[in-house]
Design a protein around this ligand. Structure first.
Ligand code: CA
Ligand code: CA
Ligand code: CA
Ligand code: CA
Length: 402
């Protein structure tokens, strides 16, 4: 080996250590739990065990800076599990002025696109359906041994209401589009659409494209068909759009939930919720109801927010990772169910929170290469010989100059 090549090898090996400096300078203590003894927590539901959440929590439980827009029926934030409402810091409350000039007056904590006012949560004159409150518990229920826990307990939720008190569509299709655009323009990092329409509409499709163009992933559902029919091989929208992540539901036994619609190419990934015709209530997902209550409910609506929450954890580690890369990681890390590989019932399989978040971490902060003894010996020889050789080269060059 020539002397120059030896020095080049040394420089290349040295450069491998540079990423460790970045890793060591990062401080994630505010986003991590003080204990990793998750066995002690009684509020981690069976579904969180199945999506392998605790390894993800060893890396992050999410940041308040990461926002999930729940475009749904309105949220009861008075529930003690639901502490992290997104706040519009650029808007002064109740002064009748659109301080941040975003087109919405006094929108300090979201917007009600049904009654077109600044209060998407429950009011005496305008109650809400429980749907969005249940979804919010699945996302950010506090990990505190009380009640239930969410998959991303520290992230924020933006409350945008498009469903009426009966949980039916409360806006036009364009109104849904306005809510999507609001979420993108006001800082959402991921959008949850637990909505099932039977046809696509150009009135909101352009806003979905706007979200993807602005690197905001949209998570939706494969949809439900209730007993006695059960899940059908039919698309529902917006989940079936190629731009949208459609999530189906599994049951306690890793089967497709009885009501969960399916089919390709739209069925992308699954999350555990439980069956409509369940054996025991403990095998159905438990979450928050308005009025400081808890209870069970089923439907693909409650699969989507688990995936949205995992994306929020991924985004806590890397807030700018492209939507396409997030989707690719979710797909390749999913726990394969049913027939090997992608299939019509399960898509890529069950979401795997630990594997997905770890993959984002590894791509964002490349690890120190582990050297074996032979490599260490070679490295030491190169370092020592380089130190000895450098003066010789310099002497030679000097001699030439003379
Ligand atoms: Ca405003
Ligand atoms: Ca105002
Ligand atoms: Ca709790
Ligand atoms: Ca499969």
């Amino acid at each position: 080996m020539k002397i120059e090549n030896k020095i080049l090898v040394f420089v290349l090996i040295s450069s491998l250590f540079i990423p460790t400096l970045n890793t060591m300078s990062m401080n994630y203590s505010d986003q991590k739990l003080s204990s990793t003894n998750y066995i002690a927590y009684t509020d981690i539901g069976w579904h969180l065990d199945q999506i392998n959440i605790t390894g993800a929590w060893d890396i992050t439980v999410g940041s308040k800076d990461i926002v999930i827009a729940v475009i749904d029926s309105g949220i009861d934030f008075s529930h003690p599990e639901l502490n992290n409402s997104w706040i519009n810091v650029n808007e002064l409350p109740a002064d009748g002025i659109d301080d941040d000039a975003n087109g919405y007056i006094d929108d300090t904590h979201g917007w009600d696109f049904v009654t077109n006012d600044s209060e998407p949560g429950p009011q005496a004159v305008d109650p809400i359906h429980w749907h969005a409150t249940f979804i919010s518990g699945i996302i950010m229920g506090q990990l505190n041994n009380i009640g239930i826990a969410g998959a991303a307990p520290n992230v924020s939720v933006m409350d945008l209401r498009v469903l009426d008190v009966n949980n039916f569509q409360g806006t036009t299709d364009a109104g849904l589009g306005d809510a999507i655009k609001y979420a993108v323009d006001n800082g959402a990092d991921v959008i949850n659409l637990s909505l099932q329409y039977y046809a696509n509409s150009t009135d909101y499709y352009d806003d979905i494209l706007y979200a993807i163009l602005n690197n905001v992933p949209i998570v939706s559902v494969t949809g439900n068909t209730w007993a006695p029919t059960g899940g059908l091989e039919i698309p529902s929208y917006p989940g079936a759009l190629v731009e949208v992540i459609a999530v189906g539901a599994t049951d306690f036994y890793y089967n497709k939930a009885d009501y969960s619609n399916y089919g390709l190419p739209w069925t992308e990934i699954m999350a555990p919720v439980g069956d409509e015709e369940y054996d025991v209530p403990e095998h159905v997902i438990n979450s928050t109801f308005p009025g400081n209550l808890y209870g069970i409910a089923y439907g693909t609506s409650f699969a989507a927010p688990q995936v949205a929450a995992v994306i929020a954890l991924m985004r806590t580690i890397n807030s700018t990772m492209p939507v396409s890369e997030i989707r690719s990681i979710l797909q390749t890390t999913a726990y394969d169910l049913g027939s090997p590989g992608i299939d019509i019932f399960f898509g890529h399989g069950l979401v795997n929170a630990t594997a997905a978040v770890l993959e984002v971490w590894n791509r964002t902060y490349p690890a120190i290469p582990e050297l074996n003894n032979l490599q260490i010996s070679l490295l030491l020889i190169i370092i020592v010989s380089s130190i000895a050789i450098v003066p010789i080269i310099m002497k030679k060059q000097k001699a030439r100059e003379i």
